[in-house]
Design a protein around this ligand. Structure first.
Ligand SMILES: Cc1ncc(COP(=O)(O)O)c(C=O)c1O
Length: 370
């Protein structure tokens, strides 16, 4: 051996490639560039969160409270949960990582669905486990397929509900069927990163299941509707024994003082969140209908984004559209890494961005771009 070698399996991990950033703020024609590739909120953070960060800035020499008590209490109050059963993470990604690290070791399997959020595969492999993929039906997770993928080696099932990048979801009844049928030693992780956007009556983010069952954990984030993605803040809620385990292995100061304070302030600004929900409720269906009217298939989404399928024709493919839209200052997300190369994912943006996307797609489809 000539150099240090990482643990077995780690080199099988394809690094996560985030959505493209907008490299310029205006195009060559002077049009504003919109980044619609990372499901960030067009409303930005709550002004109260911005103020909280400013107020804390002079105090950044001090370590944060390692237990994130005030944040957990604020989350507990907002969602009516026991703060002792909440763990804060540097993004919900960190909670997913801790879960895999704690429960999925070498020889164990972690299950997720075919077009499920890519981070699941990464954290399972990083923990030394083996990923197992359950097929989906019409780009929607399938409970029977997930259950079929479970073996005696399975330690964890990850389900994004709604899922990124498809935007599809499973109703509470289906989640209940999944939770009921899983062996009690298998943890069901309900990743509800987009829960606040979902308006469907039959949806449940996971609170009911994580409250009553010994093997269900829900993860949530401040990165999406709360507009704090840059601060890295998320949380998990689950049975006390799981949260206590995660607490043992997290780094002692995993949440910065500014992130914590911004989270508390953001939770208190209900009007800001209501405005973000209303904006999405208006523009998500508008975009879906307009894009559908152009003749492009749009997957039914309950999140703040849409997966758009492009024709398999030279000059009209998703990659051609990506190039065309980027030149027009509209940066979408290519999702070939999800094995969906014929799709682009579009985040609901501000009004001007949404209108420009529809107009640009109409122009794109007028001509063949080779
Ligand atoms: C389904 C899903 N889960 C989790 C995350 C991770 O978000 P964060 O680590 O910013 O909380 C994302 C972000 O894209 C996501 O789409």
């Amino acid at each position: 051996m000539t150099k240090p070698v990482p643990r077995a399996g780690l080199l099988k991990i394809d690094p996560y490639v985030p959505g493209k950033s907008a490299t310029l703020s205006v195009t060559a024609d002077g049009a504003r560039v919109y980044k619609l590739s990372a499901n960030e909120t067009p409303l930005g953070p709550s002004p109260r969160a911005v103020e909280a960060v400013r107020d804390l800035a002079p105090h950044m020499a001090a370590y944060p409270d390692g237990s994130s008590r005030l944040l957990r209490e604020a989350i507990g109050e907002r969602y009516r949960l026991d703060p002792a059963r909440i763990i804060a993470g540097a993004g919900s990604d960190q909670i997913l990582e801790l879960l895999a690290l704690a429960y999925v070791g070498p020889g164990d399997e972690g299950v997720y669905s075919q077009y499920g959020f890519l981070e699941y595969k990464i954290v399972i492999l990083a923990a030394g486990g083996t990923p197992k993929v359950a097929p989906e039906t019409r780009y929607t997770a399938n409970v029977d397929a997930l259950l079929k993928a479970v073996t005696e080696k399975t330690k964890m099932v990850f389900l994004a509900n709604p899922n990124n990048p498809t935007g599809t979801y499973l109703p509470a009844k289906e989640i209940e069927r999944l939770a009921d049928a899983l062996p009690p030693h298998v943890i069901l992780v309900l990743d509800a990163a987009y829960a606040e956007y979902v308006l469907a009556d039959d949806y449940e983010a996971g609170i009911a299941f994580a409250t009553t069952r010994g093997n269900v954990v829900m993860t949530r984030t401040f990165s999406k509707i709360y507009g704090l993605a840059g601060l890295r803040l998320g949380w998990g809620y689950g049975p006390a024994h799981v949260i206590e385990t995660l607490d043992r292995i997290r780094s002692p100061f995993n949440i910065s003082s500014v992130a914590s304070a911004a989270g508390v302030a953001a939770l208190q600004d209900r009007a800001h969140i209501d405005a973000a929900v209303a904006h999405n409720a208006k523009w998500l269906p508008w975009l879906a209908a307009e894009i559908d009217a152009l003749g492009l298939e749009v997957l039914p989404s309950v999140g703040n984004f849409l997966a758009i399928r492009f024709p398999d024709e030279a000059g009209r493919r998703a990659a051609d559209a990506d190039k065309f839209l980027t030149q027009r200052g509209l940066v979408l997300r290519a999702i070939g890494a999800y094995d969906m190369p014929q799709f682009l994912r579009l985040t609901v943006g501000p009004q001007e961005a949404n209108e420009r996307v529809v107009a640009a797609l109409a122009d794109f489809l007028q001509n063949v771009h080779v």
